[in-house]
Design a protein around this ligand. Structure first.
Ligand SMILES: Cc1cc2nc3c(=O)[nH]c(=O)nc-3n(C[C@H](O)[C@H](O)[C@H](O)COP(=O)(O)OP(=O)(O)OC[C@H]3O[C@@H](n4cnc5c(N)ncnc54)[C@H](O)[C@@H]3O)c2cc1C
Length: 383
C-alpha cells in the first residue's frame, strides 16, 4: 500500500461505535498508519471481551478473557467513551450530513464513523437458573456451575443446554469436563430443533462430535424447539408433530445464536449503502454488516476482523492517506470447534481438509494466540 500525506493538515477524526473484533481491528489498523489520528471508541462495556473463548469461563474466571479498554486505550492511544448509541437509517443520514454524533450532552465531530456493533442474542431471558449469552458474557459461568454443584445434594440433577450450534457444543464439552472432575454425576443434555448437528459443516465434523458426546455422556435431544421455562420445567415442541412436552431442567443454558439489531448493507469498501447510495462518511464492519460484493459475510471473528481492516484501509483511502487499497474479498479459511481439553475438530484451508484431536486443538490455540498478538500490537493477519 502506498501512503500519501493527508489532504488537510488537521488530524483525522475517527469515531468507532463497538469495540469488538471488527471495531478493534479497524482501530489498530488506522492507528498503525496514522499516528496522529484522533480516535474515539464508544462501547457500553468497560472491557473488550474475547468472546471466542467464552466457553472457557465454565472453568476459568471471566476476567481472564476481558481486556479493559483503559489498557487498550493506553496501548493504541484512543479515547474510550462508555455508553451505548442507538440509531436507525434516518439517524445515519443525519450523522452523514452533519458529521457529528451526539453522545449524551456531548457533540462528537468526526471525519469518518465506523459502526461495528455486532449482533445480539436471538432470545434473551430473565429467569432464575437460566443463563443466556448476555448473562454469561456479564458474569461468566464457572461460579454459577461451582455454586450449582456445591448446593446440589441429589444425584439426579439435570443441566440442559438449548442450542447445539458451535457455542452450545463447546459449552457442553467444558461442562462435562467440570462435572466429571467434580464427580458430579448429573444428566447433561444438549437440545436442538434440527435433526442433525452442525449442518453448515461437512458431515464428518458432526459425526466426530456426536461420537465424542457419547464418550462424555452428553445426551443429544434433537427435533425439539424450546418454548419457555417455568420453575424447573422446560417446555419443548416437537419439530415435525408440534407436540408439546416438558423436560426437567435444574440449570439451563440458552445458547440460540445471535443476530444484528439492524443489518447494515455496505459496498465492498465497507461504506454503508442506503437506497443504493453510499453514505460517504459512514462505514460498517463485523456481524452488523453485510457487504454486497465478493467477500464472506459469515458471522465469524475472522470475517469481522478482515472487514474491520478493509473498512479502515478504505477510510484512509477516502481521507487521502492511502492512494490504493483492495476491496473486501476475504473468504473464511477455516473453522475450529473446541471439544474440551486437548480435543477439537474443524476444517482448515478447504472444507475437505478436516483436522481433529490434538492437532486441531493446537491450531485453535494458535488462532486465539494470533488474536492476542493483534491486541498487543503485533499484526500477523494477511488481508
Ligand atoms: C460464544 C461465542 C463463541 C464464538 N466462537 C467463535 C469462534 O470460535 N470462531 C469464530 O470465527 N467466531 C466465533 N464466534 C463469532 C464471533 O465472535 C463474532 O463473529 C465476532 O465477535 C463479531 O465481531 P463484531 O466486532 O462484529 O461484534 P462483537 O465482537 O460482538 O462486538 C460488538 C461490540 O459492540 C458493542 N456494542 C453493541 N451495541 C452497541 C451500541 N449500540 N453502541 C455501542 N457499542 C455497542 C458491544 O458491547 C461489543 O463490544 C463466536 C461467537 C460467540 C457468541
Amino acid at each position: 500500500m502506498t501512503i500519501l500525506t493527508r489532504k488537510q493538515n488537521t488530524p483525522l477524526k475517527l469515531i468507532i461505535i463497538g469495540g469488538g473484533y471488527a471495531g478493534l481491528s479497524a482501530l489498530i489498523t488506522v492507528r498503525k498508519q496514522v499516528p496522529d489520528a484522533e480516535i474515539t471508541l464508544i462501547d457500553p462495556r468497560p472491557y473488550h471481551l474475547i468472546i471466542t473463548r467464552l466457553h472457557e469461563t465454565v472453568h476459568r474466571p471471566l476476567d481472564s478473557i476481558q481486556i479493559p479498554y483503559s489498557v487498550l486505550a493506553n496501548r493504541f492511544n484512543f479515547s474510550h467513551k462508555q455508553g451505548s448509541i442507538s440509531f436507525n437509517e434516518e439517524q445515519l443520514k443525519v450523522w452523514n450530513l452533519n458529521k457529528t454524533i451526539q453522545f449524551g450532552e456531548e457533540s462528537l465531530p468526526f471525519d469518518y464513523l465506523l459502526i461495528a456493533t455486532g449482533a445480539l442474542p436471538i432470545q434473551a431471558v430473565n429467569e432464575a437458573a437460566v443463563y443466556d449469552l448476555n448473562a454469561i458474557s456479564q458474569q461468566g459461568f464457572a461460579s454459577v456451575l461451582q455454586h450449582f454443584i456445591a448446593t446440589t445434594e441429589a444425584h439426579e440433577k439435570t443441566i440442559n443446554i438449548v442450542g447445539a450450534g458451535p457455542t452450545g457444543i463447546q459449552f457442553a464439552f467444558e461442562i462435562a469436563h467440570v462435572l466429571s472432575s467434580c464427580h458430579a454425576d448429573y444428566q447433561l443434555n444438549l437440545i436442538d430443533g434440527g435433526d442433525k448437528l452442525l449442518t453448515a459443516f461437512p458431515a464428518e465434523i458432526g459425526d466426530y462430535v456426536e461420537k465424542r458426546m457419547i464418550e462424555k455422556s452428553i445426551s443429544v435431544i434433537k427435533n425439539q424447539f424450546y418454548q419457555g421455562i417455568q420453575a424447573n420445567e422446560m417446555v419443548l415442541k416437537q419439530r415435525q408433530t408440534g407436540e408439546k412436552s416438558t423436560q426437567t431442567s435444574d440449570l439451563t443454558l440458552l445458547l440460540l445464536g445471535k443476530k444484528p439489531e439492524l443489518l447494515l448493507h455496505a459496498n465492498s469498501s465497507g461504506q454503508v449503502m442506503l437506497n443504493h447510495k453510499p453514505l460517504t462518511a459512514i462505514f460498517t464492519a463485523g456481524d452488523c454488516s453485510y457487504y454486497d460484493d465478493l467477500g464472506s459475510n459469515l458471522m465469524t471473528s475472522q470475517s469481522a476482523l478482515r472487514k474491520g481492516k478493509a473498512a479502515a484501509n478504505n477510510i484512509l483511502r477516502e481521507a487521502g492517506i492511502l492512494c490504493f487499497c483492495l476491496p473486501y474479498m476475504h473468504q473464511d479459511i477455516g473453522y475450529l470447534l473446541s471439544l474440551g481439553a486437548n480435543d477439537a475438530i474443524g476444517w482448515i484451508g478447504s472444507k475437505n481438509n478436516i483436522i481433529s484431536g490434538l492437532p486441531a486443538f493446537i491450531a485453535k490455540e494458535a488462532i486465539e494466540a494470533q488474536y492476542n498478538w493483534l491486541l498487543s500490537g503485533v499484526d500477523t493477519y494477511i488481508v
